[in-house]
Design a protein around this ligand. Sequence first.
Ligand code: CMC
Length: 392
Amino acid sequence: AGVFTYDPGFTSTAACDSTITFIDGTEGILTHRGYQIGELAEKSHYLEVCYLLLYGELPSPAQLEEFESLVTNHTMLHEQMMNFFRGFRRDAHPMAVMVGVVGAMSAFYHDSTDINDPHQREVASIRLIAKMPTIAAMAYKYTIGQPFIYPRNDLDYASNFLRMCFAVPAEDYNVDPILSRAMDRIFTLHADHEQNASTSTVRLASSSGANPFACIAAGIACLWGPAHGGANQACLEMLKEIGTPDRIPEFIARAKDKDDPFRLMGFGHRVYKNFDPRATVMKQSADEVLELLGVENNPILQVAKELEKAALEDPYFSEKKLFPNVDFYSGIILEAMGFPTSMFTPIFALARTVGWISQWKEQLADPQLKIGRPRQLYQGSDIRSYTDIEKR
Ligand code: CMC
């Protein structure tokens, strides 16, 4: 026996040292390598933020060019990998397909699985960041029965992803720069978020020395849940269920009722007890996209606007410091762009991949690295004698 600290949900346990991301939930501050998320969202872009997370500093123009070219040159999936997609049912959730296909990369790319070789670690990192949009887009195309659209290396990361999702063969497809910018922002705002559940899952899986692709597949599996990355899908589904603004009071009353397990999806956060700084930027982006697409008359988006207002004015939510979170606004943008709700969490997963990898690399370089092994407070029976079956 031993004396262990009981900390369900790890609300007060630091599991590692890290120099990547800082959050002050009371003040509503989020920084990556010291740069504030608001400034990065405004002045930088996703691949530059990826570089910053992975290597610790903003790149020089030459370093950025080299990094972008590396990522661009690894966007193709091996043709044989397509067989993995085809093994799934058409109505499979794209997150299930992603868990499977990314996990299957561990049985495929054998030249980037030796975690003790820095070069192989680097190749695994670049491969994952480069191929994740291709995998997410293919998971989507597969479920709607359209042919896969292969990546185009002359496009930027976000435009390439939008094209792989929305283009069909033999028809021109031009990405609107405002949509591409909004997509890039969604990626940037989701890039990393400290020791959240999926990142901790990746670290725990990797602490045993597991295969890098398998570790990232574990992260995807954890992200899928509605209390984590699945909240963006759950939020849009909730807005659809509400349907019309006059039903909002009923749902707010349910969220406040202690005997009803219902929660307002897209509200609240474990760490932010103030406005989530990512939500502030995402809200601006949502307004821009809605204006461009002229979808002010979309009833779901009207419900979203009214719900946001009603919850912000309700003392229950302000007293418990429950504000709309990043998933509330990203869901609205993705809905307006034409993504089905089942693609919301895969988009989160592809954006978060760089965070998982940066944390994975940091952990592997940590001289203090030990296998993650929580203890427990045992509440079961004392030692007792075995009863023979005929006497039970
Ligand atoms: N609607 C109504 N009440 C809520 C909500 C909500 N969305 N969130 C928390 N509460 C209440 C909760 O009932 C509890 O009340 P009381 O103290 O009276 O028992 C109090 O607020 C604290 O809640 P908690 O569950 O102890 O807080 P937590 O830090 O464990 O949970 C959370 C954080 C994000 C899981 C939770 O707020 C939630 O379930 N939100 C809805 C799902 C969601 O939007 N998740 C996305 C999170 S952000 C992105 C990500 O992490 O992927």
